[in-house]
Design a protein around this ligand. Structure first.
Ligand code: C5P
Length: 289
């Protein structure tokens, strides 16, 4: 079958601070975080086909692949049609890294298929399909800079972050069912009110860049207790001259933020020397969709 082929980039995100507020009765946790899309991308293409298939440059079908296929099936069900489409996924975002790759892929698939199938699903309905796929998926339908709350599915756009650069280090670490495992490790002392993130949202809306050293993340304690070797990552950032270091999502990616690309490249070069094969280091700009 021949037909229209559509391609779109799926950006990664970083969390500018993340507060877990507490456990909910439905098994999830309430959170407050600021999400920012960054210029590190997966690429997704879709075209009409006889059946639903996915090809990817990853070995086997991982979480991202599964979520892409589920997104196609869920949207087709919602539109009362067959999900007959060939999907191609090229990964540029490291998997299970705290950079939201799988969620971004799912959201981008929903957008591509909405276009391919000329769906006129209202925004609310598409958001609902997205939220069912995963807590972070609705954010990626919009991207940019947003205050994110609830279990992660509620988002309020903020003024775009001022132009800046991120140096991101993604250590090689295998934690089975990482997100659920880390949420499961949280203790009462890791919870906070969300006030710090609310304050940060006000600052960003007023056009100020956050100080990276002040970006706290509730997952730091459980992550370093689960994988003590990861304490070397913030040390390496400081040794490399970073102005501070923060954790993205439930980790294991860490990042710093600087104004100039040349400073980012310099820190990244030193980090690559220090971390060697234990981590992959990326330089990315803040991404405005
Ligand atoms: O929503 P998502 O599928 O990404 O969540 C994976 C798991 O992480 C959930 O099953 C839940 O155990 C945990 N989670 C949570 N609170 C959230 C988001 C995720 O407890 N806000």
């Amino acid at each position: 079958m021949t037909g229209q082929r559509l391609t779109r980039l799926a950006p990664a995100k970083i969390n500018l601070g993340l507060e877990v507020i507490g456990r909910r009765s439905d098994g999830y946790h309430d959170i407050a975080t600021i999400m920012q899309t960054v210029s590190l991308f997966d690429t997704i293409s879709v075209e009409p086909a006889e059946t639903l298939t996915l090809s990817t440059d990853l070995q086997g079908v991982d979480d991202a692949g599964n979520l892409v296929l589920t997104a196609a099936r869920d949207l087709a069900t919602r539109l009362d049609r067959e999900p007959n489409v060939r999907i191609e996924l090229q990964k540029g975002i490291p998997v299970a890294s705290g950079l939201g790759g799988a969620s971004s892929d799912a959201a981008t698939t929903l957008q591509l298929l909405s276009e391919l199938w000329s769906s006129h699903l209202p925004e609310d309905a598409l958001n609902e399909v997205a939220a069912q796929l995963g807590s972070d998926v609705p954010f990626f339908l919009h991207g940019g800079t947003a205050f994110v709350s609830g279990r992660g599915e509620r988002m309020q756009p903020l003024t775009n972050l001022s132009p800046c650069w991120f140096v991101i280090a993604t250590p090689v670490v295998d934690i089975e069912r990482k997100t659920a495992t880390l949420y499961g490790q949280l203790q009462a002392g890791d919870f906070s009110s969300g006030a710090a993130i609310a304050g940060l949202a006000g600052l960003i809306d007023a056009g100020q860049l956050p100080e990276v050293e002040r970006l706290t993340n509730s997952f730091c304690r459980p992550l370093y207790e689960l994988r003590p070797k990861l304490r070397a990552i913030p040390d390496a950032f400081r040794d490399a001259g970073a102005p501070g270091v923060a954790l993205s999502g439930a980790g294991p990616s860490h990042f710093t933020l600087v104004l100039q690309r040349k400073d980012a490249e310099q820190i990244a070069g030193r980090l690559r020397q220090r971390l060697g094969a234990t981590a992959t280091v990326y330089v990315a700009a803040r991404h405005v969709p």
